[in-house]
Design a protein around this ligand. Structure first.
Ligand code: PLP
Length: 449
């Protein structure tokens, strides 16, 4: 049907009657009915258009409705919509080749999943089977997915409801200078002390009990906190010393988001397992996976890997991945993300920080930026308390409402807004978004002490 307020009302009514939404109190939400989307924009049934600075849930790296990828999906649907995972299928073979050619080091075997959380589940299962050890170490201030083990290793409040089954999971503090747990004043101190803390955690947990350390290469949802130089190399060293599998979760940071194919490329670190999803095909059809090192792949050379999914490497999803990766190469989107991140987004956000007292810190790289909002720059008191809801969250709600009023759909998590637009958002669009953020930050400024 043509977009009209009536059509929108029908979409909304059926949603409210029957759709059970993620992470939500069902009667306290008011989802926007979306009529369409293209490139970096989407629009509702009332003719309001929004510039999407969220890339959905940070996954539409090539924007909405890229014609080449839509055509590839249509073509695959016409020739082989689906086929079971035990067979060799062109789209799956080609997607695996294109991913493996881009993942770092010897991560050359690809186990496909339906998304990020199940990629994490399988990576941790592989690590436990490979080492024969029970425990996994993960960081506070992290997100690894909504399934049981993935949410157990997550380090944010979403894990609490599932903590009855956390056997084998131990959390530690990763570096984050702005809110240091280590009384550090420089990146060097933060790095050294975070590594010492991890080394002590390993020693007290017992190295021979630890199968894996899982880290987001650059933590995403938790605040886009690029680790200080040397931290990931230090973690790699600790893993090597103790025979621990290093899992880097690149579900959000991977596939160009950071201005490199993978965030690990920025730090010259090769994990033993790397999880991916989202950007691999911009979520046009659900797809995720685990890239596996030669050594771990060898563990399952003659011993069966005990895990699988009906839709592992679904041809439609794989065809979308092949087309997406080819589009990213042809249009130079990874380089574009790096260039416009450095020349437009970073400087633009820093300029906003100078004028808005509610901005405590700006950090990021590529098309992966966080703006930390505070009540007080000196004390760094967050604009809203950790995990605030209702009235306590009003300042962030006011910020988001002002952004939407200015035509920008912002990513908001606790006291932060993340600037994570599609990698092919143009310079003019980025500037339009920054101007809307300027207006929204004025709303946040009103809550500064
Ligand atoms: N890992 C990271 C780093 C993520 O950001 C996410 C999702 O945001 C996941 C895992 C879970 O992915 P999915 O929602 O596809 O299961």
């Amino acid at each position: 049907p043509q977009p009209s307020p009536e059509a929108g009302a029908a979409v909304k009514a059926a949603d409210r009657a029957h759709v059970f939404h993620s992470w939500s109190a069902q009667e306290l939400i008011d989802p926007l009915a979306v009529a369409g989307a293209e490139g970096s924009y989407f629009w509702d049934y009332d003719g309001r258009r929004y510039l999407d600075f969220t890339s959905g849930l940070v996954y539409t790296n090539i924007g909405y409705q890229h014609p080449q990828v839509v055509a590839a999906i249509q073509e695959q649907a016409a020739t082989m919509t689906t086929f079971a995972p035990a067979f060799a299928v062109e789209a799956r073979s080609e997607a695996a080749r294109l991913v493996a050619e881009r993942t770092p080091g010897d991560l050359d075997k690809i186990f496909f999943t339906n998304g990020g959380a199940d990629a994490v589940e399988h990576a941790l299962r592989m690590a436990r089977l490979h080492t024969g050890r029970p425990k996994v170490l993960s960081a506070y201030r992290s997100y690894h997915g909504g399934t049981q083990q993935a949410v157990n290793v997550t380090g944010d409040p979403r894990r609490w409801a599932s903590d009855s089954a956390t056997a084998g999971v131990v959390h530690f503090w990763a570096p984050f200078l702005y809110r240091s747990r280590f009384y550090a004043e420089t990146e060097e101190q933060e790095c050294a002390r975070a590594l010492e803390h991890l080394e002590t955690t390993i020693a007290f947990e017992g190295p021979s009990t630890i199968a894996a350390i899982i880290l987001e290469t650059i933590p995403g949802t938790a605040g886009i906190m690029p680790p200080p130089p040397g931290y990931l190399a230090g973690v790699r060293e600790l893993c090597d010393k103790h025979g621990i599998v290093l899992v880097l979760d690149e579900v959000m940071a991977g596939f160009g988001r950071t201005g490199t194919w993978f965030a690990a490329d920025l730090y010259d670190v090769v994990p033993d397992l790397m999880t991916f999803a989202k950007g691999v095909n911009s979520g046009y059809v659900p797809l995720g996976g685990v890239a596996i090192s030669a050594e771990i792949a060898a563990t399952f050379a003659t011993r069966p890997y005990p895990g699988g999914l009906t839709y592992s490497g679904h041809p439609l999803a794989c065809a979308a991945a092949v087309a997406t990766i080819n589009v990213m190469e042809e249009e130079g989107l990874v380089e574009k993300a790096a260039a416009l991140g450095a020349s437009v987004v970073g400087p633009g956000l820093r300029e906003l920080a100078e004028r808005h007292p509610s901005v405590g810190e700006v950090r990021g790289t590529g098309m992966f930026w966080a703006v930390e909002l505070v009540r007080d720059r000196e004390t760094r008191e967050p604009l809203v308390p950790y995990n605030a809801s209702g009235e306590a969250n009003a300042p962030m709600a006011a910020f988001a409402a002002a952004a939407k009023k200015a035509g920008l759909w912002p990513f908001v998590n606790m006291n932060r807004t993340h600037v994570v637009p599609p990698l092919n958002t143009s310079e003019a669009e980025l500037k339009e978004g920054l101007a809307a953020l300027d207006a929204a930050l004025s709303a946040a400024d009103e809550h500064v002490r």
